[in-house]
Design a protein around this ligand. Sequence first.
Ligand SMILES: NC(=O)c1ccc[n+]([C@@H]2O[C@H](COP(=O)([O-])OP(=O)(O)OC[C@H]3O[C@@H](n4cnc5c(N)ncnc54)[C@H](OP(=O)(O)O)[C@@H]3O)[C@@H](O)[C@H]2O)c1
Length: 125
Amino acid sequence: MNGTSQIEVHPYLNQQKLFDHCKSLGVAVTAYSPLGSPDRLWAKPGDPQLMEDKRLKSIADKYKKTIAQVLIRYAIDRGMIVIPKSVTRSRIEQNFKVFDFKLAPEDLQQIAELECNGRVCSMGE
Ligand SMILES: NC(=O)c1ccc[n+]([C@@H]2O[C@H](COP(=O)([O-])OP(=O)(O)OC[C@H]3O[C@@H](n4cnc5c(N)ncnc54)[C@H](OP(=O)(O)O)[C@@H]3O)[C@@H](O)[C@H]2O)c1
């Protein structure tokens, strides 16, 4: 690998084109805000909340996992490095429990369909 590029990646901003480009250059992608930064201070009322998305909840239920675990696994199954952040012990532990399942291709496809150019960390904010 020729280093890593750290970029915002989650289902609302899946970065497929940039990811493919990085892959072609042998550059690994590190996904930040993989949970959609639910604690971001600049969220506006009514902004879609990734962690409350019913479509992700139904996929999570299928695997008996949480939405956070599905979001972390989503990045891993695409071949990315992923850095979820938590200051909560139980969540940190939960976020590590993602190595006992793998998302099926049809679920990865369903998640890919959530893409809506939904960037949460704008440059300059
Ligand atoms: N390079 C860059 O420009 C850049 C930009 C943005 C972020 N980052 C880095 O990327 C990392 C992650 O980004 P982020 O903090 O913006 O967003 P994130 O990981 O998408 O979301 C973090 C939020 O999710 C909550 N959370 C974590 N695990 C959870 C779980 N299992 N269930 C429910 N809620 C959960 C955390 O709450 P609690 O902490 O309260 O548990 C926190 O509010 C950070 O380390 C950050 O420094 C880098």
